[in-house]
Design a protein around this ligand. Structure first.
Ligand SMILES: C[S@@+](CC[C@H](N)C(=O)[O-])C[C@H]1O[C@@H](n2cnc3c(N)ncnc32)[C@H](O)[C@@H]1O
Length: 296
């Protein structure tokens, strides 16, 4: 499978991280290795980058790409970034780093991966885990969560106005037959929200986003990882986070607000968004928000 992902706001990321020769950096969300590769080139052979991802596909692709580019200064670890402290300690024992970056959510390659169910296109297994050893499965959420639990996640993570009606339809449908595939789920959502030619998004988009976030406990692990990132940064080190969901951005905003002037200088008063050129070329970039801070 060709791993395709266009890095979002790469120029801005590099400008905030400001990698220098010999620097040590952590990319908590390796993905297509767009950020990792750029940082690795800038820190040179004396520097080092740790790239973390839950997804074996991302690691395999990065290994191949880095070999091709003859970059030997990258260490790849398959893990959840909620284990940042432990993973960082194994690669940089007893050392603090110059910068840590997060580019949240999923990559375009994961969305296109037919073995998984991130996209509502086609008939795929209901599997939205970033990694193979996830505690929760999307199929379990859809088939066993209560009406209230489903409504809550569709409302909170998906901001879906029809959250209750969709949850109710799921509960009624699964009494007759297990909901197994993405198309089973799409069909029942389309009965509540019909596909309309003028709508820019598919009616299942928000429910799929909510299920992905719940499957991977995305907000919880982000909050845990930010706390650890603060501890692994040296004074003057940079923290940069790109988020694509209002709940994620709120966590980053509040985390930095609570530490402003004590632990961090905030480098972005308001979150940075992609310029119009990037937004027009890369659909995925449109909802991106970048926040950056410097450890003091
Ligand atoms: C948007 S992509 C990153 C793209 C990357 N910045 C690039 O330039 O190609 C996000 C990646 O983060 C990974 N990811 C998401 N949550 C994670 C977590 N909790 N721990 C580790 N990796 C995670 C996903 O598997 C995905 O590969």
């Amino acid at each position: 499978m060709i791993y395709s992902h266009v890095p979002v706001m790469l120029k801005e990321i590099i400008s905030f991280l400001d990698p220098k020769i010999g620097g040590k950096f952590i990319d908590c969300t390796l993905g297509g290795a767009g950020y990792t590769r750029a940082i690795a080139e800038l820190v040179g052979e004396k520097g080092k980058v740790l790239g973390i991802d839950l997804d074996e596909l991302a690691l395999e692709n990065a290994k191949r790409l880095l070999k091709e580019k003859k970059l030997n200064n990258v260490e790849l670890v398959r893990s959840n970034f909620k284990n940042l402290n432990e993973v960082a300690e194994s690669v940089f024992p007893g050392e603090l780093v110059d910068g840590i970056v997060f580019d949240l959510g999923l990559s375009s390659a994961q969305l296109d991966d037919e073995a998984r169910g991130f996209s509502f296109k086609g008939e795929r297994a209901l599997d939205m885990s970033f990694g193979p050893d996830n505690e929760l499965s999307t199929e379990k959420i859809v088939n066993f969560y209560s009406l209230l639990e489903l409504t809550k996640i569709f409302r909170e993570y998906g901001e879906e106005k029809q959250a209750y009606r969709i949850a109710k339809k799921i509960v009624e449908t699964r009494k007759k037959k297990k909901i197994k595939t993405t198309s089973d789920l799409c069909t029942l959502i389309e009965e509540i929200i019909p596909i309309r030619a003028w709508s820019k998004i598919h009616p299942a988009t928000k429910v799929f986003q909510a299920l992905r976030m719940e499957t991977n406990k995305e907000l919880e692990v982000l909050a845990e990882a930010l706390e650890q990132a603060e501890k692994r940064l040296k004074i003057g080190g940079r923290l940069v986070v790109v988020s694509f969901h209002s709940g994620e951005d709120r966590i980053v905003k509040n985390f930095l607000r609570d530490r402003k002037g004590k632990d961090f200088n905030i480098l972005t008063k308001k979150p940075l968004i992609p310029g119009s050129f990037e937004a027009s070329c890369n659909k995925r970039a449109r909802s991106a928000k970048l926040r950056a801070a410097q450890k003091i």
